[in-house]
Ligand binder design. Structure first.
Ligand code: UD1
Length: 419
């Protein structure tokens, strides 16, 4: 298994380019199942989850050719299998995004029910009740979700919890349903807007993506399209944290600052200087003295749960005490125990973490537990005195493109090795 060895204490300086958003690319790839025509996606990040989704599409019978790096040509004209097996779903929960498109286009879908994961139970009940509202018959058979419908019928769906992939799954299914679907309390993340843009290019009639009420007029069929995936806002936020925690200065390019208002705001509260010279880049300079600033994770446009672990890493070296409240997932403080091993002072109390800043973190041997937790350990390792070894970095490879190469290019001492 791959590990990272980090020698901390290097100040990062230089320019880092942001890759395409994994969480936008995954639903956009699944959307290609909705049409027999070609869907071409550009700016895909080169990360493990994208490779897994490509494999899933190929297993279903799609061709998915890569004419050049970061571009994928997907054709779903000869799909004959409507099933996402356990082996794939267990490595990537986003495999459930195949449900909506398969059900809408072929009237049948079988996807292994994802279990809980490191950050919580993560049920998909809202996806399933949504499909039922659209007229599907949904059952659980041998651990799989099985959904069937002759043709989906538009309906009004009220989400009682805001769900990102749930909104995406229902939006894709409703695009091919008969009549109008209204999604109330829909997720508003930029990835929802990106997916809606792709679907509309394919001929869908979706209005309101990015707001909490989305209206979809179903169409008989969808066609091919070409689309460029938006930049990864969480990767951009992670590099803001990297500059901040190493006392560094980074120019972050090919990002979309509009998507990370709340992240920028919170790092500014902590004293980080962030300028936006144009619509695609940020200039980040660490604070002379990092200030403690409380944060609560919220649905978009609030502070993202996917940035909570990285922000906590910064707060461990702030000059004072901060309170971090996680409202989206019930068990998303796995990184705290590892940060404690580096000398951080963190007290957990249910969904709250009280972080008392300490002058210096110390290098240690650490275990990555999930994607964003791993990123926070890398950040802590960059700031720590001495050597940090991080085990199980396959978690980070799921969603960060060559993070060690990007960090090395701006002065970090980080190596990948296997023993
Ligand atoms: C997506 C992101 C993930 C991010 C999360 C929250 C992708 C591929 N992943 O995950 O990186 O951390 O949004 O921003 O885009 N819930 C239910 N029932 C459901 C669905 C969700 O109770 O049917 C709950 C979840 O347990 C969680 C909350 O709703 O507490 C939000 O989850 P959701 O937005 O669905 O997360 P994902 O779409 O899985």
């Amino acid at each position: 298994m791959d590990k990272f060895k980090i020698t901390g204490g290097q100040r990062l300086e230089g320019r880092i380019s942001i890759s395409g958003a994994k969480n936008s690319a995954l639903p956009c790839m699944a959307a290609a199942l909705l049409t027999p025509e070609n869907v071409t996606l550009h700016n895909l990040p080169y990360v493990r989850d994208i490779i897994t989704m490509r494999r899933l599409l190929e297993d279903l019978g799609c061709t998915a050719l890569m004419p050049e790096l970061r571009t994928l040509n997907i054709n779903a004209s000869s799909v004959e299998i409507f099933e996402a097996p356990y082996e794939l779903v267990k490595t990537m929960r986003a495999s459930v995004l195949a449900l909506g498109p398969l059900l809408a286009r072929f009237g049948e879908a079988r996807v292994s029910l994802p279990g809980g994961c490191a950050i919580g139970q993560r049920p998909i009940d809202l996806h399933l009740t949504g499909f039922e509202k659209l007229g599907a018959v949904v059952s659980i058979e041998s651990g799989d979700v099985v959904a069937r419908a002759k043709r989906l019928q538009g309906a009004e769906i009220d989400f009682n919890v805001v769900t990102v992939t749930g909104t995406e799954n229902l939006m894709m299914a409703a695009a091919l349903a008969d009549g109008e679907t209204i999604l109330n309390n829909a997720a508003r993340e930029p990835e929802i807007v990106d997916l809606a843009e792709l679907l509309n290019k394919m001929g869908a009639r979706i209005e309101g993506a990015g707001r909490s009420c989305i209206r979809i007029q179903g169409v008989k069929q969808l066609g091919g399209a070409e689309h460029t995936i938006i930049p990864d806002r969480i990767e951009a936020g992670t590099f803001i944290a990297a500059a901040a925690i190493t006392g560094g200065a980074l120019e972050i390019v090919n990002c979309n600052p509009q998507h990370i208002h709340s992240t920028i705001g919170k790092f500014r509260d902590a004293g980080v200087k962030i300028e936006q010279p144009n619509a695609f880049s940020l200039i980040v300079k660490a604070a002379d003295h990092t200030k403690p600033a409380d944060v609560t994770t919220l649905v978009h446009p609030g502070f993202p749960t996917d940035m909570q672990a990285q922000y906590m890493a910064l707060m461990t070296i702030a000059e004072g005490t901060s309170v971090i409240t996680e409202t989206i997932f019930e068990n998303r403080f796995m990184h705290a125990a590892e940060l404690l091993r580096m000398g951080a002072k963190i007290k957990l109390n249910g969904r709250q973490a009280v972080v008392e800043g300490t002058e210096k973190l110390m290098g240690a041997r650490l275990q990555a537990s999930d994607l964003r937790a791993s990123a926070s350990l890398v950040l802590a390792g960059l700031a720590a005195q001495g050597e940090t070894i991080i085990d199980r970095v396959y978690h980070i490879d799921r969603g960060y493109e060559k993070i060690e190469e990007k960090l090395r290019a701006v002065g970090a001492q980080i190596e990948r090795f296997r023993d």
